[in-house]
Design a protein around this ligand. Structure first.
Ligand code: KIV
Length: 272
């Protein structure tokens, strides 16, 4: 396959496309990345959703967590990614404490959308329903993010798997349903048992995007630095695809194909 020059992604991806993928049980692929060239490569390799994640604090900027990331840093990288990719749906994170109340969320989500994103992502459960409703009613698509929410790493006591007890699993399922009712268009499920990933995905009409949530979510997301083996201590759920490829586009294309054809994630990259 000529992944280097072929325009693998034929059409512009929208929130409606994501719903359709779910309805038609077609897995879609998300990659967190931060610059124009990687964004262009993702388009050529058929990546449907590009996430400009606040993980850039740990990958690009060298912080120990995502907490120091600022709105200005997010905007800088969202603008770069938007210049490089004209077909994928671009999702932009709101960083730590930039959506602590609805008014703050509104003005920061506006900045993210005006920088070139098509959807904002915010971390948290049912407490964010009013914010999700307000953004959604005003025309801003929202992706929620539950499970291991890295902005709460100090509250969670570390980067730990969530939802292992029945009580925690029940709360996560209720959070997901409440966020969907509030108007979320998608939801990231991070580091939860595969069985719970499936249960939440089955219960929702909006697509779930899993990272360490098993093979049964509607889509998968990985960070480009993990895909390319750049992360010194990668999380269990990530995989270095470069070791099985000839070059960087080959690694990305392998990730895309392995997700779409159900080879990734396997049990080694999931939690019980
Ligand atoms: O910031 C990020 O890249 C993320 C993904 C890991 C889901 O939130």
């Amino acid at each position: 396959m000529d992944y280097g020059s072929a325009e693998a992604l034929k059409n512009i991806v929208t929130v409606l496309s994501l719903r359709k993928f779910k309805e038609e049980r077609e897995k879609f692929v998300t990659v967190a990345l931060y610059d124009a060239q990687m964004a262009a490569m993702a388009e050529r390799c058929g990546v449907e959703v590009v996430l400009v994640g606040d993980s850039l604090g740990m990958t690009v900027l060298g912080y120990d967590s995502t907490l120091p990331v600022t709105m200005d840093q997010m905007i800088y990288h969202i603008e770069a990614v938007a210049r490089g990719n004209k077909k994928s749906l671009i999702m932009g994170d709101l960083p730590f404490m930039t959506y602590a109340d609805s008014a703050q969320a509104m003005s920061n989500a506006t900045r993210v959308m005006q920088a070139g994103a098509h959807m904002v992502k915010i971390e948290g459960g049912a407490w964010l329903c009013d914010t999700v409703k307000m953004l959604s009613e005003r025309g801003i698509p929202v992706c929620s993010h539950i499970g291991l929410t890295p902005q709460s790493v100090f509250k969670l006591g570390g980067f730990r798997v969530q939802g292992r007890s029945d009580e925690q699993a029940d709360t996560l399922l209720k959070d997901a349903l409440a966020l969907e009712r509030a108007g979320a268009d998608a939801i990231v499920l991070e580091a939860i048992p595969s069985e719970l990933g499936k249960k939440i995905s089955d219960a929702l009409s909006i697509p779930t995007i899993g990272i360490g949530a098993g093979a049964e979510t509607d889509a998968q997301v990985l960070v480009i630095n993990d895909i390319l083996g750049l992360t010194p201590k990668p999380p269990k759920f990530s995989k270095n695809f470069l070791v099985e490829a000839d070059d960087i586009p080959g690694a990305l294309k392998k990730y895309v194909n392995d997700v779409k054809e159900g080879r990734f994630p396997d049990d080694h990259h999931s939690f019980k």
